[in-house]
Write a protein that binds this ligand. Structure first.
Ligand code: KIV
Length: 277
């Protein structure tokens, strides 16, 4: 069957039918192509780019220009998956006007289908402004890494009744503001179940248990290419780093020993031409 480009109405239909939505991060063309070929519904060009690709300690330093540069490559590789560009820290907090202008760059310059931004009820006016400009917004609540310092670190959120109530309230406000989807990061599964039930829009979990409408993971965690640490919520499906390291060591040795390139990787010239040369 011919695969069509995934749309927002496909996400809504999946939620209605109880079918799970798959989302994966990607930051470049080859990864986006593989994610797309795997039939994954949505690709998030996450600001986790800052850590897993650019080598920063956190997500705060990544810039609009860096996010756009990587989003463009992802869009070129995603023939079918729905691509969401993650708005970096301070690209949407200054004012709703500034947020709309930056969100517009993800759509016009990078070719993303939607943007994502972090924050609860306080971000509802920003979500409303971007949606009013015609740009779909995916919200993100719970552990919001851009403001982890304010949350006193990378901690599970909504662990007491009051915190959980605030998360449900935030999710409702963000849906009312026009968000088409919401990421729930690091919250107890009973709380994400409550949010998922309360909303008409799909919830996408990361460290938020199985009751969400879909799941997202960071690509480098899933394939074992980020070795600094592995959070509890990550399932590593393959451990590529040792394999890649071994291949690189073998290459270095073969170069040093003159084994590579062999005749099968070299180009020849007719003997008479070589003689003339
Ligand atoms: O930046 C990112 O990769 C994210 C996901 C973890 C949801 O925001």
């Amino acid at each position: 069957m011919e695969r069509k480009k995934v749309t927002i109405s496909d996400f809504m239909k999946k939620k209605e039918k109880g079918e799970k939505i798959s989302m994966m991060t990607a930051y470049d063309y080859p990864t986006a192509s593989l994610v797309d070929q795997a039939g994954i519904d949505a690709i998030l060009v996450g600001d986790s780019l800052a850590m897993v690709v650019l080598g920063y300690d956190g997500t705060v330093p990544v810039t609009m220009d860096e996010m756009l540069h990587h989003s463009k490559a992802v869009v070129r590789g995603a023939a079918h998956s729905f691509v969401i560009g993650d708005m970096p820290f301070m690209s949407y907090q200054v004012s709703p006007e500034n947020a709309v202008a930056n969100a517009g760059r993800f759509i016009k310059e990078a070719g993303c289908a939607a943007v994502k931004l972090e924050g609860g009820t306080e971000m509802a006016p920003v979500v409303r402004a971007i949606v009013t400009a015609g740009i779909p917004v995916c919200a993100h609540i719970g552990l919001t890494p851009q403001t982890a310092t304010k949350l006193s670190g990378f901690k599970v959120q909504g662990k007491d009744a009051e915190g959980a109530r605030e998360l449900v309230e935030s999710a409702r406000e963000l849906e009312k503001a026009g968000a088409f989807m919401i990421v729930l990061e690091c919250i107890p599964d009973v709380v994400s179940a409550r949010i998922t039930e309360a909303l008409n829009i799909p919830t996408i979990g990361i460290g938020a248990g199985k009751y969400c409408d879909g799941q997202v993971l960071v690509y480098h965690d899933l394939v074992g290419l980020f070795e600094r640490f592995t959070p509890k919520m990550v399932k590593q499906y393959v451990n590529l780093a040792p394999m890649v390291r071994e291949a690189l060591i073998q290459y270095r040795k073969e170069v040093e020993e003159g084994v590579f390139p062999g005749p099968e990787h070299s180009f020849s010239m007719k003997a008479e031409e070589a003689d003339k040369m």
